[in-house]
Design a protein around this ligand. Structure first.
Ligand code: ZN
Length: 283
């Protein structure tokens, strides 16, 4: 998970822009009337977010006299499409560096995910701090998910920052081909709730499988380069090179799967020795 700067568009201003672009006078008036409720919902959201307690926000079927389906239309038909608000949608969507989904830190962003779902939270459908850039896959996984306890809450890129500590762990599975297994190693500095939430996030988005697949491709692709390094230099050159790669990738994303992969490979005598024996045979 990668943290993002919190968007500073207010829900009230966004709703006003939506209302201005709606031709149906009656609907515009009804939406205008719920502005205080949308404002209030955003305030509660921010207050709960400060304590990572979104799960305490009650689900409701309506906001004022507007139903969930009408609010969903407001999001999809007006907020996403109208000239007045499309720039807000785009600004939120474009926030992640290189368009990488902050939830999986791997696939590319293609949509916005409602952290608290539209169904149950119609007052938050156009609230920017509830809209998180996401890839299609993460968005789909999250759609069917709700949290009833603090530990079940997935990480929120605007409010959680777990990249200060190393928590992604990789283990080399010795075999042919070599495989990497990923897991969460909670930091000692974390409390129990954040440790459980990172674990929950990791499991829900199936990141172990996603990273295992990408790391397998990576290792396969770099095998020839490692062989050349072993042949040119001394046996430990492979280990040094892997360590350098880990250090380099850690500069941009400390808990990226590449960092964990290269570190685990560098620490594996079995893996490094396979290239070392090759260098000895050649000399
Ligand atoms: Zn994703």
């Amino acid at each position: 998970m990668q943290s993002l700067k919190r968007p500073d568009f207010t829900a009230r201003a966004t709703l006003k822009l939506c209302v201005e672009s709606i031709r149906d006078k009656d609907l515009a008036a009804r939406l205008d009337a719920i502005a205080p409720l949308v404002d209030q919902a955003e305030s509660e959201y921010l207050a709960r977010a400060a304590k990572a307690e979104w799960y305490k926000i009650d689900a409701t079927p309506t906001v004022g006299d507007l139903r969930v389906d009408e609010m969903k239309r407001l999001y999809k038909g007006t907020f996403v499409k109208s000239v007045g608000t499309r720039n807000i949608y785009d600004a939120i969507k474009k926030q992640p560096k290189n368009d990488i989904c902050p939830l999986c830190a791997q696939r590319t962003v293609s949509t916005l995910d409602h952290y608290l779902p539209q169904t149950g939270h119609p007052a938050l459908v156009i609230t920017a701090v509830n809209l998180v850039p996401a890839c299609q896959e993460c968005n789909k996984i999250k759609l069917a998910t709700t949290a009833d306890t603090p530990n079940q809450q997935t990480l929120h890129p605007y409010f959680d920052d777990v990249d200060a500590e190393r928590w992604l762990q990789a283990t080399v599975m010795e075999g042919n081909p070599v495989a990497i297994r990923f897991s969460v190693a909670p930091s000692e500095k974390w409390d129990e709730i954040i440790a459980c939430r990172v674990e929950r996030h990791f499991k829900l988005f199936d990141l172990a499988a996603l990273y295992a697949s990408h790391s397998a491709v990576e290792v396969e692709g770099m095998r020839h380069a490692l062989q050349q390094i072993a042949l040119r230099g001394h046996a430990e050159a492979v280990r040094d090179y892997l360590k350098e790669l880990a250090t380099s990738w850690a500069q941009s994303h400390r808990n990226g799967w590449r960092v964990a992969t290269y570190e685990a490979l560098a620490a594996s005598d079995w893996f490094c020795a396979s290239f070392a024996s090759m260098a000895m045979t050649a000399s």
